[in-house]
Design a protein around this ligand. Structure first.
Ligand code: HEM
Ligand code: HEM
Length: 158
């Protein structure tokens, strides 16, 4: 049973025991590390692809290295994301804590995984280019959303 008045609810939620809802400090740094790896490798690719002129014909030779790094970071990130679901997300959701920004982070991560999958297997040029756009715009949004989510989470704590 949930109290009807929202302020009661906030008050109550603050005093509930929160077994393992907060990320452990190690887990938290894995989120930031893998997230930063994804974002920086994605941004590195964008800079090479759109801003730097390739030295010879064909794409900039650094692009492929950014994508190799990106692939490594995404394997780590998705593993960390999986570890966050049964504790952080489930308990936070159950206690109505930081739900809006948390759902947005989760949603945009899903969109990134889906569009990233598309980038691996789509061969039609137009469709692939369009998927690439969706993907990196979602990537930039993800950075802002995760930061917002953490800041809002911190604010509620004290
Ligand atoms: C859950 C998070 C993410 C997943 C699963 C993911 C997955 C992928 C995959 C599978 C590719 C294709 C690699 C290839 O063609 O060899 C890719 C490319 C790319 N990703 Fe991500 N990514 C994620 C987050 C991000 C973020 C945060 C950014 C930041 C801007 C980003 C930017 C890019 C860019 C610019 C490309 C190259 C696009 C293209 O080839 O047209 N990604 N990503
Ligand atoms: C619906 C989904 C989610 C909910 C309800 C939720 C809830 C919360 C809450 C309540 C806090 C503040 C905890 C506190 O300070 O006491 C928080 C912080 C945080 N969240 Fe989430 N979250 C969700 C999804 C995610 C996802 C998918 C990630 C990572 C990919 C994430 C990463 C973080 C991080 C790094 C913090 C700061 C560290 C911490 O305080 O634990 N969250 N979240």
């Amino acid at each position: 049973m949930r109290p009807a008045h929202p302020s009661h609810h906030h008050h109550a939620a603050r005093h509930l025991p929160r077994p393992q809802q907060r990320l452990g400090s190690v887990q938290e740094w894995w989120v930031y590390g893998a997230g930063a790896g994804l974002a920086l490798s994605g941004l590195g690719w964008l800079v090479c692809h759109y801003l730097l002129h390739p030295p010879g014909p064909g794409p900039n030779p650094l692009e492929v290295w950014w994508l190799r790094l990106h692939g490594l970071a995404l394997l780590v990130f998705l593993t960390v994301l999986g570890s966050v679901l049964p504790t952080h997300v489930r308990l936070g959701w159950r206690h109505h804590m930081n739900r809006t920004s948390g759902s947005l982070v989760l949603g945009v991560a899903g969109l990134l995984a889906l569009s990233g999958y598309g980038l691996y297997y789509l061969v039609d040029d137009d469709l692939r280019e369009w998927t690439g756009f969706v993907h990196w715009i979602a990537g930039l949004a993800a950075i802002v959303l995760l930061v917002t989510h953490v800041v809002l989470g911190r604010k509620r704590r004290d």
